[in-house]
Ligand binder design. Sequence first.
Ligand SMILES: *Cc1c(COP(=O)(O)O)cnc(C)c1O
Length: 427
Amino acid sequence: MNRHGHTNGQAPVNGRPPTVSGQDPAGGGRVPLSVPGASPSLVTRAVRSGLGADTGHRAVMPPIHLSSNFLFDSPGVCGRYDYTRSGNPTRDLVATAIADLEGGCGAVVTSSGMSAISVVTRLLSAGDLLLAPRDCYGGSHRLFTAEARGGSYRVRFIDPTDPAALAEARVLRPRVIWLETPSNPLLRITDIAAWSRLARETGAICVVDNTFLSPVNQRPLDHGADLVVHSTTKFLNGHSDVVGGAVVAADPGLLEEVDWWTNAAGVAGSPFDAYLTLRGTRTLHARSRIHEENALEVVAALRRHDAVRRVYHPSLPDHPGHETARRQQTGWGSLVSFELRGGWEAVDAFVDGLDCFALAESLGGVESLVAHPATMTHASMDEQAQAAAGIGEGLLRLSVGIEAATDLVADLERALCRAEAAACQPV
Ligand SMILES: *Cc1c(COP(=O)(O)O)cnc(C)c1O
């Protein structure tokens, strides 16, 4: 049996990062929203995480350990690591960095956001109820539905922004409450503290998918959540060259369970991806600042233009979740959705007219992207489901990158004029 005890089915958390929660309260809403929601010491820790970890050659930046296996001293006796599926020094460094950013007691780093989510659903047994948002990430919706159909647990999709849903949940006695805020693509905001309180009162676990904001803009554990999941593919890596995930736990008991399942199911992330993601987390605060500055410029430009019917962004006072966002977020985020007037012709002309926004799915990279939810991210929903979720054919979603704001705004304005012209053409 190795240090992790994985061969006999236990997972002690030796060597896991120490608890950091409480050292750096993000202070949801207590700091100006234009400033990244972390104290300078957390910014510094993110930049310097893992520096000097190499005791062999005293490299400043930690080396990458690609080896799948590690030497035993004698039969049954090994050091900190024995096999990379169970534990790897490079992966542990990024797990420590992400746990620190979220204020958790530790994290597991997985091969994708979806594998992180599937590790969490392993905590459910047959008969247990999972409550999840109707408009959660499409991949999560598909996984929950399929696993529930197979009898692993029961699932019920709700609208967590509806106050009546809280009262209903108290009666339903869920085992896991799944939240995703802001939601995709309309950026609806769910009150994390209210649902975490309900979870505590009813013995449920509250899980927040924090992919859309990253810990710079929102730290769900500070508001009472038990687990945070990430697609590190997005902001944490931030360069659109890794697919990865993470689960951060508030307490060692849950950490032990998700760590055990990550090893048992074999879904830990590769050392190379861990190395790249750690590079990404060093610049997360710096990137986030520019992402947000640019997003606010983009929101203002969209609001000014006649071709745009409606803009969705939590920074806007008329956004239904604005006050809740102000309370629980420490930044507004850089996803922006909007409705174009003029239907499909306008959408086609707009997308075709863009140079600085690449037409692609995903989000959170340094490069700006545009997506058309009805035919791309949400194409698996039928027309009725799309209509119920507020996804019309004129809806577009932007992931605002860190290019020069003047270029992004000029590009959007040019494309909006084209959209307007196309919408006016007689058909
Ligand atoms: C992308 C995404 C996921 C899935 O992550 P992958 O890394 O693509 O597996 C889950 N949740 C949200 C909110 C996402 O945006």
